[in-house]
Design a protein around this ligand. Structure first.
Ligand code: I3S
Length: 129
């Protein structure tokens, strides 16, 4: 039997997308929309303030010398359409087990759908482990 992968840092998807955190540990936060460089790995979602330099030598997916602003474990996370949480279009709502909540948004619907698909695939795989 394969052991559950507790640390699976390989990159599934990355890109620049509008993001705001809306809750931290179940406590509602004031929205603060802004672009973020987001990296989806095999088990977590990692947020950077900006895209790490292309020239940076990387260790796996993690660009050396750049520090993520935050990172959440996706095991058990819930995904939903975020239309009731924002006036923006194409909004995705992510809620993690410890109650951290994020909205991702793109004016490009296919882009948001690609994030939704990729996140769903990772979360479903973690559910099966
Ligand atoms: O869900 P809310 O609180 O109506 O979200 C809006 C506000 O957070 C607003 O900020 P202030 O209340 O600090 O002025 C933001 O500027 C808006 O972008 C938020 O709404 P959207 O619909 O853009 O998510």
């Amino acid at each position: 039997p394969t052991l559950p992968q507790l640390d699976d840092p390989h990159e599934e998807k990355s890109g620049l997308i509008n993001m705001t955190k809306i809750a931290q540990g179940g406590r509602k936060l004031r929205k603060n929309w802004g672009p973020a460089w987001v990296v989806l790995t095999g088990n977590s979602l990692v947020f950077y303030r900006e895209r790490p330099p292309q020239s940076a030598p990387s260790q796996g997916w993690a660009p050396a010398g750049s520090r993520p602003e935050s990172s959440v474990d996706l095991r058990g996370a819930a995904l939903a359409n975020g239309r009731h949480l924002s006036s923006r279009r194409n909004v995705l709502h992510i809620r993690t087990v410890p109650g951290h909540e994020f909205l991702l948004q793109s004016d490009e619907e296919p882009e948001l759908r690609a994030w939704h698909r990729a996140l769903r695939a990772v979360i479903e795989r973690l559910d099966r482990e």
